[in-house]
Ligand binder design. Structure first.
Ligand code: NAP
Length: 245
């Protein structure tokens, strides 16, 4: 039911977890991809897996906290493929620290990657997005209900939700802008959390399991597809019921 034939998607955080799952799913449904992540070597492996012929995937190392690098990457991707249809921004960090132990530098780093990076990537992609395209950003359960020892992360994701709604107003009617708010998804980002509090988290999750990166990729693909053609400014909860608004 979903086809991305003829479409081009730029995906950040594509070397791991949710971004990698989104890249696999969108490639399987015909998308050509511009993939970005901190670790360029890992991305080359992903590109070789998804595109053995080397024609359909452009893979580049990128620090999303570097605005000039974001501008360069989106311009290169648009020139390479003739434009962009989708931006899927999955890069992010999730350091554990109580507020009283959070240094100015740690706070700034978190905001630089999770919040500034979201702004830089969206601003860089916007001039290249073709009409009918869409943006999908990543927020979190943490933005809805708080997260112990992750206040900076939760604050950054709350801001991403507000940014999503505002950018949706700016880019309408040509481009739709939405966000996904995952619950507890089993990726490298949550391995410590699941190790420490897994039983308690399962107990408070009505579906009694953690989500998979592929399930978040499914929500991303839906939001990019014509099936979500009347959806914009939305924050989609994909969380097994751990938070029901
Ligand atoms: P992940 O497996 O850790 O993947 C995140 C990717 O982002 C990694 O490849 C990481 O690279 C990359 N990255 C980190 N800093 C970057 C930077 N400055 N520039 C470019 N790339 C950078 O995490 P995930 O679980 O897939 O999370 C994806 C998104 O979903 C994040 O925004 C996260 O906050 C959100 N989310 C996840 C969950 C969950 O339960 N997993 C829940 C709610 C929201 P390195 O590995 O090299 O650092």
């Amino acid at each position: 039911m979903i086809s991305f034939e003829g479409k081009v998607a730029a995906i950040t955080g594509a070397g791991n977890g949710i971004g990698l799952a989104a890249a696999r799913l969108m490639a399987a449904h015909g998308a050509r991809l511009a993939l970005a992540d901190l670790d360029g070597a890992r991305l080359q492996e992903v590109a070789a897996e998804l595109d053995p012929g080397g024609q359909r995937v452009l893979a580049r190392a990128l620090d999303v906290a570097d605005p000039a690098a974001c501008d360069r990457l989106m311009a290169e991707a648009a020139a390479h493929f003739g434009g962009l249809d989708h931006l899927v921004h999955c890069a992010g960090i999730y350091p554990e620290k109580l507020v009283k132990d959070t240094s100015d530098e740690a706070w700034r780093k978190l905001m630089a990657v999770n919040l500034d990076g979201t702004f830089y990537v969206c601003r860089a992609a916007q001039p290249h997005l073709r009409d009918g395209g869409s943006v999908v950003l990543m927020t979190s359960l943490a933005a809805q209900r708080g997260s112990y020892a992750h206040a900076a992360y939760a604050a950054s994701k709350g801001a991403v939700q507000s940014f999503t709604r505002s950018l949706a107003l700016e880019l309408a009617p040509a481009i739709r802008v939405n966000a996904v708010a995952p619950g507890i998804i089993a990726t490298s980002m949550t391995s410590d959390l699941i190790g420490q509090k897994g039983a308690q988290l399962l107990e408070s999750t009505p579906l009694r399991r953690f989500g998979t990166a592929g399930e978040i990729a499914g929500a991303i693909a839906f939001l990019c597809s014509p099936l979500a053609g009347f959806v914009t400014g939305e924050v989609m909860q994909v969380n097994g019921g751990i938070y029901i608004a």
